[in-house]
Each structure stands twice: as structure tokens, then as C-alpha cells.
Design a protein around this ligand. Structure first.
Ligand SMILES: [Fe+2]
Length: 204
């Protein structure tokens, strides 16, 4: 079954002033659409491939474009119009299981943001910064993946795209300003839903 571009759950200008309409429009309609198209093409070729060698030759395209589709589908949902801009609930971490876990594992939301931004800004080249849930230890961890690799070692709770296409038109080379700004549009309600699913809403 072919994959398709999921609609954004808000308008292209809804994340302003933190992420511009121009970035959101290009990022969604051009970049994500390209991953979807290329994933569909790779899967169609894979279905027709008749030898192991042909199938192995398609692995890189499947991983790159499949990861791109998975990561961006998650990314749109983990953003929301900002409360600080009077547009929605983005950036607001309410009392609840996710906040309890963040306080337990990082001490404060500010500590989490600082560690997340430092780790994510340190990615060499393109990649993703993640807040993930470790099912073995039942704790939250910060992680990164390169290129479009999806997060497999942890259950993703929040993912931030640190490809230049995600910020360059607005923030130029200043990655850290993009990372600081994006916390104003993080959808913590979506993050908490993922956390509850991942943790089985286990008692902390
Ligand atoms: Fe992206």
C-alpha cells in the first residue's frame, strides 16, 4: 500500500513567530513529500526485485526515505501553536505523568531543554534530536540519530529535526536559536500521550 503525505494538524503559519510559514510550507510540501515519493518508489522496486542482490541494493533507499517519512510524520504532531504567542498550547508542560518523569530524570524542564539542545546542536551534519523512553530502565533519555535514521533504541517521545531545511531560512547558521525557539511550539500533550503508551502509564 502506497504511503501518502499526512496533512499538518495546523495551518502553515500557525507556528509563527518560532517557525516561519515559509519553512513549514517547504518542509511539509517539498521535503516530506519527497521522502514519501521516494519511499513508495523504493518499495515498488523491492516488490519487483527477484534476487537478494537486488533487494540489498534497495536497503539504503528504504532506510533513508522510510526514516524520513516516519520522522517527519512524528515531528508535525509533536509541534503545536504556541501558548506564548497566544495561539494554542504549544510549549506548555502541564502537571501529569510526563512532567513527573521529566522532574525525576532531569530535575527540571529547563535542565532537560539545556541538555537536549546541547546534545542536538552537537550533531555533525544532519540528523534528529530525541527525547525517548527506555523500556528497560523505564526512564527518559536524550539521544540523537544521524541523517533520517529513526529512533529504534528508545520509544520516541519528542523529536526535533536539525536538518538545515528545518531552520536555515529563518535562523541561518544559528542552530542554537532554532533549538531555543522550538520549545515554544513543542506539543507536550502529544508527548505525554506517547509517554503514557510507552510506559503503559506505569506508576513512577
Ligand atoms: Fe526535515
Amino acid at each position: 500500500m502506497a504511503h501518502s503525505l499526512p496533512p499538518l494538524p495546523y495551518a502553515y503559519n500557525a507556528l509563527e513567530p518560532y517557525i516561519s510559514e515559509e519553512i513549514m510550507t517547504l518542509h511539509h510540501t517539498k521535503h516530506h513529500q519527497t521522502y514519501v515519493n521516494a519511499l513508495n518508489a523504493a518499495e515498488a522496486s523491492y516488490a519487483k526485485a527477484s534476487t537478494p542482490k537486488e533487494r540489498i541494493a534497495l536497503q539504503a533507499a528504504l532506510k533513508f526515505n522510510g526514516g524520513g517519512h516516519i520522522n517527519h510524520s512524528l515531528f508535525w504532531k509533536n509541534l503545536a501553536p504556541s501558548a506564548a504567542a497566544g495561539k494554542g498550547n504549544g510549549g506548555v508542560l502541564k502537571d501529569g505523568p510526563l512532567k513527573d518523569a521529566i522532574l525525576r530524570d532531569f530535575g527540571s524542564l529547563e535542565n532537560l531543554q539545556k541538555e537536549f539542545n546541547t546534545t542536538t546542536a552537537g550533531i555533525q551534519g544532519s540528523g534528529w534530536g530525541w527525547l525517548g523512553f527506555n523500556p528497560s530502565t523505564k526512564r527518559l533519555e536524550i539521544s540523537t540519530t544521524a541523517n533520517q535514521d529513526p529512533l529504534l533504541s528508545l520509544v520516541p517521545i519528542i523529536g526535533v529535526d536539525i536538518w538545515e531545511h528545518a531552520f536555515y531560512l529563518q535562523y541561518k547558521n544559528v542552530k542554537v536559536d532554532y533549538l531555543t525557539a522550538i520549545w515554544n511550539v513543542i506539543n507536550f500533550e502529544e508527548a505525554e500521550q506517547r509517554f503514557n503508551e510507552a510506559s503503559g502509564n506505569a506508576k513512577l
